[in-house]
Design a protein around this ligand. Structure first.
Ligand SMILES: [Mn+2]
Length: 345
């Protein structure tokens, strides 16, 4: 059994893996969120400042959410589509805020990664990476990356500090969800280095009108089953509204669970939230993901992706969504009749 890891010992191990490289590709989840984007920028800073490594950041799927686009632009982070890249051309491969083989990242799990830093529960495929740091108690990957930057005594540029503070803030809902002392410490250290005005501007980035149309669908289709609420958003071009609607609907009075679904490119994307301390959203999501799909996450928030057997078939998707809703209800207290959240018609 290895000695207990400290920020300094983790940094030393990370450095030994980065040593000698000139280029690195940092892979993040599909449709990356602020924690993923800022964590990639932080790893890039460490690799660049300490080893002169030139880094590229790659993902699949569009970044649709206005706040996340504003963040990418502010960080001047040019992300690349992973399918267009020849992975063998990079000296090192890293992944942050995700793990190989997980449902939210398109990455051949047989390709050996050099660095994996994440705060989701550890996956079998991750163990083959040369350097892994998985701490599922942490609310944000940015909080972990902050410890590396501090241990390396790297002066954190304003843009990076702003992005990392936002990453922690958004993954933990202002430190109120799935956060630990380490998240609070990282946030308190980063905030004074951040540009609060820019942070405010990113948080209130202009929303495309289509956002409101999708939000209306989510509200119109929300059905209350006792203390649980479910909304099937139908066909979407990115899964971000599924997660956002799940957050919002959990706030409806009397609700302790929310589940939202959407159909994207032949896959049903599902987001789960709970405020029930006895509940385990990660476990429910794993079960809903089943053998053909993926599912997992934290105690209060989780997600699953389920492929449609016959591609992008809308009617089939509706049937599977109904089945998933039933299984969700069974897993969280039983099937009861549903009532529309916003009244009939
Ligand atoms: Mn995260």
């Amino acid at each position: 059994m290895a000695a207990r890891a400290t920020p300094a010992s983790r940094l030393a191990r990370l450095r030994s893996v980065l040593e000698g490289a000139k280029t690195m590709l940092i892979v993040v989840q599909n449709n990356p969120d602020p924690d993923a984007i800022a964590a990639a920028a932080a790893l890039r800073e460490i690799a660049n400042a300490s080893h002169g490594i030139a880094c590229s950041v790659a993902h699949t799927g569009v970044v649709g959410r206005a706040e996340n686009l504003a963040l990418l632009e502010y960080l001047r982070l040019n992300t690349r589509e992973i399918d267009t890249l020849d992975l063998t051309r990079f000296d090192r491969l890293g992944m942050v805020d995700a793990q190989p083989g997980a449902g939210n990242v398109q990455f051949d799990p047989s390709v050996r990664l050099d660095v994996v830093i994440d705060h989701h529960p550890i996956r079998r495929e991750t163990r083959t990476a040369r350097f892994t740091d998985i701490r599922s108690r942490y609310g944000a990957t940015c909080s972990m990356l902050y410890e590396y930057l501090a241990a390396a005594r790297i002066e954190i540029p304003t843009r990076l500090a702003t992005a990392m503070a936002y990453g922690i803030k958004s993954d933990t809902q202002d430190l109120g969800r799935e956060s630990t002392r380490a998240d609070v410490d990282a946030y308190l250290a980063l905030y004074p280095l951040a540009n609060a005005r820019v942070l405010g501007r990113i948080l209130s980035a202009p929303l495309p009108h289509t956002y409101f149309a999708r939000l209306r669908v989510a509200l119109d289709r929300a059905v209350v089953y006792g203390n649980r609420i479910v909304s099937d958003l139908g066909r979407l071009d990115s899964p971000e509204m599924v997660a956002e609607a799940a957050d919002l609907l959990l706030r409806a009075e009397g609700m302790t669970w929310s589940m939202c679904l959407g159909l994207i490119d032949g896959w049903i994307h599902l987001s789960l939230r709970t405020s029930d301390r006895e509940g385990d959203a990660g476990k429910v999501a794993r079960n809903l993901g089943g053998r053909r799909g993926f599912g997992g996450g934290h105690q209060t928030l989780a997600a699953a992706q389920i492929p449609l057997p016959d591609g992008d078939d809308w009617r089939q998707a509706r049937g599977i969504a109904r089945g998933l809703t039933k299984r969700f209800l069974k897993a969280t207290g039983g099937v009861v009749p549903g009532l529309p959240l916003c009244g009939a018609g």
